[in-house]
Design a protein around this ligand. Structure first.
Ligand SMILES: Cc1cc2nc3c(=O)[nH]c(=O)nc-3n(C[C@H](O)[C@H](O)[C@H](O)COP(=O)(O)OP(=O)(O)OC[C@H]3O[C@@H](n4cnc5c(N)ncnc54)[C@H](O)[C@@H]3O)c2cc1C
Length: 506
């Protein structure tokens, strides 16, 4: 799955000429629903606001007096320029916005592929079906993602599921498994309390892990184990290591389906393709890992494979674990590089298995299990198998989403073994599951060279501790990306932070 938190904050769209400060005000006063206490976004946005334009200008001045796009903007003689590091959604969204405003933009990307953690895939055995090796769902609250899909004519299809539970060898169909009433009641009580929390209480909650908080409020041990099976798929690690604040805001502020609502028709990479078409493929340099960012005399020079890209500003969207390998000159403040080293990314492997028929029955089948493959869902829900003869069974893909140690165990297996492990968990539904498997594609994000994990996991104390530090601009280098977003862990967050960074330059 993925993680998140709902805020009604809207980033300024590329068409809107909204300053960062005004966007902030909107987030606090307009989009927070009546009766809802000020939520996490307010503090973070306030922080951004206070240190954003003013501090950015101040810092920029310290690095680069007289930078043309920061002062006397009306008198600009040349097109301003920006070099963007990373061609994931964040970098692409930033480039799209700057390009629309007339900037010269170059994106420098380490991989040979564009899209980063958005990675749609078709198995060679059946090219008519598409699955996602990275981001899967577009949430019902994800306004920017939905807005871009509308703008580019990308259809969104229903991608919601009913969840079966496979636990201790027993299958429990949707609606037949529950938490105990006492745990349910404790959870609802916490929800009500959370809605009234002020900043102090939020920071206090952030110091605990989610498991401990649930135990403290009265969850039974069985319910805690169950909750961990479910919630760990959102964070990519056990809830024993996740900030209780990050978790509470995830569950108390998201859509009823927890933002697992839609998927793009034809695959999420369609959004990447549409953005690339607008930015221009020639503006994106792939296979170019950046190893230095240097700021001198009002300009930023980014170096990759010995080639230098100089511009008026830089937006750096690399996952924070990648920052350590980039030499900053002047260096990043020590608190910022320490924060980047402290932020961990989740271990997640997605294993998609193509089956000769959809023996799981319901199109909206999903299953949480206590097996190695962990979470199963029907990835080709609402997709027609174009190759199936009339009246013949449709092929379909089940994707397994395994986290933490399970992800490490699966990642170490051969493809054949991965396929067997996934199929074994489905034998309870059909004893021939293994023999119906036709092909497999797997991607272990914890082994990904350019992310070292699927998405950031904020551990106890880190949401309020290191996140604001990571978001600070460094001279004329702005940071963006999923890990800095209020919609952290989502495509929405990547797009919003990319557009916001671009907006700060305009
Ligand atoms: C398994 C998985 C499941 C997910 N599920 C969902 C979901 O259901 N819904 C959802 O909304 N989101 C989901 N996400 C999260 C979503 O994919 C991300 O939030 C989003 O794609 C991140 O975009 P980004 O631009 O911030 O980072 P990235 O996509 O990682 O882009 C950063 C880019 O920087 C590049 N880079 C790194 N280092 C360098 C360097 N030194 N020089 C140059 N380039 C560099 C990388 O190669 C990468 O292309 C999921 C992610 C994963 C992995």
């Amino acid at each position: 799955m993925r993680r998140g938190r709902a805020t009604k904050f809207r980033s300024p769209s590329s068409a809107e000429d909204v300053t960062w400060g005004r966007a902030h005000v909107a987030s606090t006063h307009i989009f927070v629903t009546a009766g809802t206490p000020v939520r996490r976004i307010n503090s973070i946005q306030q922080f951004h606001f206070m240190q954003s334009r003013r501090e950015f200008l101040k810092q920029a001045g310290a690095f680069a007096l007289g930078a043309p796009f920061l002062v006397g903007r009306g008198a600009r003689l040349f097109k301003p320029s920006c070099v963007i590091i990373g061609a994931g959604l964040s970098g692409l969204a930033a480039a799209h916005r700057l390009g629309a405003a007339g900037w010269n933009v170059t994106i420098v990307e380490a991989r040979d592929r564009i899209g980063g953690r958005v990675f749609s895939y078709r198995l060679p055995e059946n090219q008519s079906l598409v699955c996602e090796l990275g981001a899967e769902w577009v949430g019902a609250s994800h306004e920017r993602m939905q807005g871009l899909c509308r703008q580019f004519g990308i259809g969104l299809q229903d991608h919601r599921f009913k969840t079966t539970l496979l636990s201790d060898g027993a299958i429990k169909r949707p609606g037949t498994w529950h938490y105990t009433p006492a745990s349910e009641a404790a959870f609802e009580k916490l929800r009500h309390e959370f809605e009234k929390y002020g900043q102090k209480e939020k920071e206090q909650l952030d110091r605990y892990d989610w498991w401990t908080v649930l135990e403290k409020i009265g969850f039974s041990q069985d319910d805690l184990r169950l909750r961990d099976l479910f919630d760990s798929t959102d964070f990519g690690e056990s809830i024993r290591g996740v900030s209780a604040y990050a978790a509470a805001s995830e569950y108390f502020e998201s859509s009823p389906e927890n933002e697992m609502d839609f998927k793009m028709e034809g695959g999420n990479s369609r959004l990447v393709e549409e953005l690339v078409a607008r930015i221009g493929r020639s503006a994106i340099r792939t296979g170019m890992p950046v190893d230095e960012i240097r700021q001198r005399a009002g300009r930023v020079t980014v170096t990759a494979k010995g080639e230098a890209f100089t511009a008026d500003a830089c937006i750096c969207t690399v996952p924070s674990r990648m920052l350590d390998a980039i030499r900053f000159d002047p260096p990043l403040p020590s608190a910022q590089s320490a924060a980047a080293q402290q932020l961990q990314y989740a271990r997640i492997i997605k294993t998609s298995v193509l089956y000769g028929e959809r023996f799981w029955g319901d199109e909206n089948f999903s299953m949480v299990s206590d097996r190695t493959a962990h979470y199963y869902f029907h990835a080709t829900q609402n997709q027609r198998d174009a190759g199936a003869a009339k009246g013949a069974p449709q092929q379909g893909i089940i994707t397994s989403y395994a986290i933490g140690e399970k992800a490490d165990v699966l990642a170490a297996q051969s493809d054949k073994k991965k396929m067997d492990i996934v199929s074994n968990g489905l034998v309870a539904l059909n004893e021939h599951a293994s023999t119906l498997a036709r092909g497999v594609a797997a991607y272990a994000w914890q082994r990904d060279r350019w992310t070292e994990g699927a998405y950031a996991v904020y551990r106890p104390g880190q949401w309020f501790g290191i996140r604001p530090i990571l978001a600070k601009p460094h001279g004329k280098v702005l940071f963006a990306g999923e890990h800095l977003a209020d919609w952290q862990g989502f495509m929405e967050g990547a797009v919003v932070t990319g557009e916001e960074a671009a907006g700060r330059l305009l």
